[in-house]
Design a protein around this ligand. Structure first.
Ligand code: IMP
Ligand code: MG
Length: 173
């Protein structure tokens, strides 16, 4: 299990999150913002993005599982931990580490819409290009990356390597 190469450096990530935080802060001025992190992958993105939000904001987390220790999505999403808060009439911003097949988010958005939030938007640090996925309107995008398996900055391989401070491409051999 080793990292082949750095795809996105710590500095590049920091600059991008500052930019995204600025845009989110401007857009949500005067609104009741609830940022919802998708565990476990988004925990580092959420922590770093949070520090660039300059408007009043609350945080909540959901834990979902679509991977069983493999590097391909199963298409089956299980809610392992639901939100603590009610989201009816609130402005919800979902924060994701990466959008691959989009199945997790597709499911999550449908699930959260039923609860009738005032609005629901998406922020994702990474979006994999060249993947067939259901249409997703991603309002705050970090980086588009090639369809490779990446680790670090919250992203794992078999629950490991989440603590690597940059985005790396793993040697899956
Ligand atoms: P989905 O395929 O868009 O549903 O992705 C679901 C989840 O799979 C993401 O939130 C990540 O936690 C994980 N995932 C997708 N692609 C990668 C990857 O390249 N490395 C590590 N985890 C990934
Ligand atoms: Mg995730």
């Amino acid at each position: 299990m080793k990292i082949d190469r750095v795809l996105i450096s710590e500095d590049e990530i920091a600059a991008k999150l500052a930019e995204m935080g600025g845009a989110i802060s401007a857009d949500y001025a005067g609104r009741d913002l609830l940022m919802v992190g998708v565990l476990k992958g988004a925990f580092i993105v959420m922590a770093d993005l949070a520090r660039h939000i300059t408007v009043p904001v609350e945080f909540d987390f959901m834990a979902v599982s679509s991977y069983g220790g493999a590097t391909k999505t199963s298409g089956v999403v299980r809610i392992l931990k639901d939100l603590d808060q009610q989201i009816t009439d609130r402005h919800v911003l979902i924060v994701e580490d990466i959008i691959d097949s989009g199945l997790t988010l597709h499911y999550l958005i449908r699930n959260l819409r039923v609860r009738q939030p005032a609005s629901i938007e998406l922020a994702a640090l990474l979006i994999k290009d060249g993947i067939d996925r259901p249409p997703l309107d991603i309002k705050y995008e970090g980086f588009h990356i090639p369809p490779e398996f990446v680790v670090g900055y919250g992203l794992d391989f078999d629950e490991k390597l989440r603590n690597i401070p940059y985005i790396g491409v793993m040697d899956v051999e």
